[in-house]
Write a protein that binds this ligand. Structure first.
Ligand code: GLU
Length: 299
């Protein structure tokens, strides 16, 4: 049975792009008779706020998207992340990294023959284990990773070029995004990950981490983004409108659902409707791959 999830970070209110991803993950799970859960990714301490997470849960509920299980908050799951790191240490898959921000900046600006970009080149790979006193990175095996994306088809990436050995634990005691996502998808037995196309490039790295932890691989779908009229990405923190602000302009949750459902290929026209009415029409084959602009009248 499908278990889908939506996993926002509570760093702002959900904008239309986030709501579209949430709806697609819910519809995909429901259309196959499956379950759907909501997870709050609040590991990144200062940027995350409980009240924003609660507002996100409320906005999703206003659209009819309610978690089948109590909402999991990652900030309460540190023991699981620590346990996963110990397993990785025992399997000799992680190493401490003492690079400072400055070191990383220098490494990133050095001309790398293959790519370089922001990928960590493994400078600390030979360092001996020093417990949880230092940052920890996953030792990536060589080679590309291929996976089937429900929307984009077969994808293939070399995580060494995209992220390099990913950071799993920060020296300040915070667990990193990759670790929390992979551990929780595994612990919650998630079978389908639907998220924005901006996260497509982390998939190969996360698959490598699943492999290192012996976790099953979920199916993936990376959705096009909703963009502002000038083409820029909507940002939760860049003042993109949430459901309440849309409501203040007379745009009801049903109107919103109609537009979102239309944008996902479930309706011929954006007409007000309830989330449940969209389920029978949902089909990944009809979901457009491209990014799409916000409706002009809602700006
Ligand atoms: N928490 C991430 C975000 O809000 C999404 C993680 C995921 O879906 O894998 O961008």
């Amino acid at each position: 049975m499908t278990l889908g999830r939506f996993a926002p970070s509570p760093t702002g209110l959900l904008h239309l792009g986030n709501l579209r991803t949430a709806l697609a993950s819910w519809l995909s799970a429901r259309a196959s008779g499956g379950r759907w859960i909501l997870r709050m990714e609040d590991v990144d301490g200062p940027r995350c706020h409980r009240d924003l997470g609660e507002a996100q849960v409320r906005d999703l509920a206003a659209l009819g998207l309610e978690s089948d299980e109590p909402v999991a908050w990652q900030s309460g799951r540190s023991a699981h992340y620590r346990e996963a790191l110990i397993c990785l240490h025992e399997a000799e898959r992680i190493y401490p990294c003492t690079c400072t921000r400055k070191d990383l900046r220098v490494l990133a600006s050095a001309p790398h023959p293959e790519d370089g970009l922001r990928a960590y080149p493994g400078r600390c790979r030979a360092r001996p284990w020093a417990g949880f006193e230092q940052a920890l990175r996953l030792r990536l095996p060589e080679g590309t990773v291929a996976w089937g994306d429900r929307l984009l088809g077969t994808q293939e990436d070399d995580p060494a070029l995209l992220t390099g050995d990913p950071l799993l634990f920060r020296r300040d005691g915070c667990f990193a995004y990759h670790l929390a996502v992979v551990v929780d998808d595994g612990a919650q037995a998630v079978t389908e990950v639907v998220r924005g196309a901006d996260l497509r490039s982390v998939t190969a790295t996360q698959i490598r981490l699943q492999e290192a932890l012996g976790l099953p691989r979920p199916a993936y779908a990376h959705l096009g983004l909703v963009r502002a009229p000038n083409g820029s990405r909507l940002g939760k923190r860049a003042g993109a409108l949430g459901l309440e602000a849309l409501g203040a302009r007379g745009i009801t949750p049903e109107t919103c659902l109609g537009w979102l459902g239309w944008s996902l290929g479930c309706l011929d026209r954006p007409e007000p409707c309830g989330a449940g009415e969209l389920i029978p029409a949902f089909d990944w084959a009809r979901v457009p791959r491209r990014d799409l602009p916000l409706p002009e009248a809602w700006i």
